[in-house]
Design a binder for this molecule. Sequence first.
Ligand SMILES: Cc1cc2nc3c(=O)[nH]c(=O)nc-3n(C[C@H](O)[C@H](O)[C@H](O)COP(=O)(O)O)c2cc1C
Length: 429
Amino acid sequence: MFHLGWFLNFVADEWNGTWGDGGRDFTGDFYVEVARSLERAKFDYVLLEDKLMVSTAYGGTMEYDLKHGVNPKHDPVPLAVVMATATTRLGVVPTMSTSFYPPFLLARLASTIDHIARGRFGWNVVTSAEDRSAQNFGLDKLYEHDERYARAAEYLELVTKLWESWEPDAIERDYATGTYANFEKVHTIDFEGKYFKSRGPLNTAPSPQYRPTIAQAGASPPGRELAAQHADTIVTPANGVAEMKAYRDDIHERMKHNGRDPADCKVLYLVSPIVADTHEEALAKRERWFTDPLYIEYMLAEISSITEIDFAQFDLDEPLPELTTNGERGALASFVAGGRDKTLRELVTGSGMSSNIPFVGTPAEVAQEMGEVMEEVGGDGFLITSPVMRLNRRYVTEITDGLVPELQRRGLTRTEYTTTMLREHLREF
Ligand SMILES: Cc1cc2nc3c(=O)[nH]c(=O)nc-3n(C[C@H](O)[C@H](O)[C@H](O)COP(=O)(O)O)c2cc1C
């Protein structure tokens, strides 16, 4: 069996698509429906993406970012709470950046939501990738890539100490002595690192998971190392079976080095299956979506935003030059993984940025193929995201009510939850 996660953005609705509803607001109602559908399909978790800026990377202007609604997005943390209270088993995993959230506030927020979600809270740990984000927090430039991870490593050490600053049985609620918490079981942490300093203890009671679930998406060596030290689940692009397997093997090696059991972290590969009633219909849908000029412009604005490389400067019908970034190196590597000889247009329309494993066909065909890929990779699951610009009900339904039943029939994904908390779901198999 393998695990399923879903990846989405709290962005503008699909106002201009055939299957959008033409003007949703940001109440979260739509996402509550999505959460319930994912729970019906027995997903482990929903991961909520986030960025903290409006980008000017594409063409040096905010025009395309705003035109396509790439970055205007709402805070995923309150949305995670709303989704959690509307469900009973689904894990909720919003993104927060170690470069900008003060550690004490983040540890407290995570602990609080883990209480509200009854042990189903996860934190997607990112270091952020854009100068534009840094400039919203008083910096001129984002910290250098590897330094971001050095800060993140210290950050995780600190928040872990805060979560552990209460012994698990510190709360007594002893009627006889009138004692809520035993002061001998709550400790200051007196943390003093290179980047952060915090006295502690946390002023929240220990949460159901004690240490909330940690998700991470490290691609670079320091990113992988951070994930190997702390993550309960890793999300990563699906750059072909060989690379997927090599990535997971590398993470397992790093986990063993850090004294961890590889079974304690599940690697979920980002894919966007396209399903329809017939194989031909699915192929036609893919062709229609990926060659739409609006889609191409959107994707270029998106990849520009997360790498801060201006893709407007390149000819669509020429191969790309060698590129480097201080932003999301994994996203850049995944984008160009389609082939050095490919033109920019081919890279954008050929794979979509989210997946180089093209699962296209009937639900039965795609389920079969997903099983085969997982078998070759060795585990642990897939993180599904919409292949097109914005999420709509139709895509969710095609997956949760079309594809997932086929996966379940093959014994590939769970048909019932046997556990209640997120880390337990991930360790169930
Ligand atoms: C599925 C997935 C989701 C991600 N979500 C976010 C996000 O919400 N916000 C963000 O700033 N970065 C996000 N990232 C980027 C990662 O945090 C990371 O920067 C990227 O994978 C590149 O790895 P590196 O930082 O080790 O170079 C995501 C990456 C992946 C693969």
